[in-house]
Design a protein around this ligand. Structure first.
Ligand SMILES: NC(=O)c1ccc[n+]([C@@H]2O[C@H](COP(=O)([O-])OP(=O)(O)OC[C@H]3O[C@@H](n4cnc5c(N)ncnc54)[C@H](OP(=O)(O)O)[C@@H]3O)[C@@H](O)[C@H]2O)c1
Length: 256
């Protein structure tokens, strides 16, 4: 059986390149485009049986709006965006193709799919997605099937709260004026891991983290909870009473 032609819009970026290599390794014909290289986005949309969008979060809906109407009904449109509500809604609205939202829960540095998770939001599934699903399973990916709404709710914690916490750590370090080179000499293994995370956020991909936080509609609620916890914790820390701080931690009863 002839393999489908797959076009990746945003295929010159981290995740787009990763998926291009993945499909190429399975001998699919893959067309890759960035803003200034490869076929233009319209050409990809008109000529490929599968179109994958892997552009920055803030540009995703606009790209879907432009290329969505160009896909034939028989094609499959997917995106790799870290948020799912907006992109999936837009794919359904602007295209009559098969629509599946994907969120790979890993970054472009992973070597293979084995053991890694992909969230799948099947929105309008016909016959083109099932073989791709089978391919992910063949590579031992963990597939989590859910709705875009539930995905974004979970990501408000997994990414929103988590990255917010890291950004606040970085901002606080920056604000303190501490000598980071000296601080590294004193670092414990856990602190070293945290500094590596900060390096990713503060010196490489700040836009991705900023958009993951600001694009999630649950983030205000998370922020309120964060601020409330910080105020409550501060009150007991200011008392310099370890027992009270311990009680505050124990009271939360996190079933980890
Ligand atoms: N990086 C991760 O760890 C990760 C993990 C899971 C999901 N994701 C999701 O994957 C998507 C891409 O992230 P990434 O980290 O791979 O981004 P990236 O490395 O910055 O790549 C972005 C791609 O989109 C193109 N692009 C940039 N601005 C654009 C615009 N305004 N309009 C159209 N195309 C544009 C770039 O092409 P040129 O610059 O060549 O023009 C490039 O091909 C995002 O939606 C993100 O949420 C990322």
């Amino acid at each position: 059986m002839k393999k489908m032609k797959i076009g990746i819009i945003g295929g010159t970026g981290g995740m787009g390149r990763w998926f291009a290599r993945f499909f190429q390794s399975e001998e699919y014909e893959v067309l890759v485009s960035g803003r200034h290289s490869g076929p233009n986005f319209s050409e990809i949309a008109r000529s490929c049986e599968v179109v994958v969008i892997g552009v920055p979060i803030a540009a995703t809906v606009e790209v879907i709006e432009c290329i969505g109407p160009l896909l034939p009904e028989s094609a499959l449109l997917m995106d790799l965006t870290s948020l799912k509500e907006g992109p999936v809604k837009a794919m359904l609205k602007f295209s009559s193709a098969e629509v599946v939202g994907l969120h790979p829960l890993f970054g472009p540095r992973v070597k293979s799919l084995t053991g890694h998770s992909i969230v799948i939001c099947p929105a309008r599934v016909k016959s083109t997605f099932p073989p791709i699903r089978t391919l992910f399973l063949k590579h031992q990916a963990r597939l989590i099937e859910t709705t875009p709404e539930h995905h974004d709710e979970m990501m408000a914690f997994v990414q929103g709260l988590n990255h917010l916490n890291s950004i606040l750590l970085g901002l606080t370090l920056g604000q303190s004026g501490v000598d980071l080179e000296e601080l590294k000499q004193f670092a414990t293994p856990i602190f070293k891991t945290k500094l590596d995370i900060l390096k990713k956020i503060f010196s490489r991909n700040s836009r991705l983290y900023a958009e993951i936080i600001t694009g999630n509609r649950h983030i205000s609620q998370i922020l309120s909870g964060y601020a409330k916890s910080l105020t409550e914790l501060r009150e007991v820390i200011d008392l310099r009473d370890g027992e009270k701080v311990k009680k505050r931690i124990d009271k939360t009863n996190l079933a980890l």
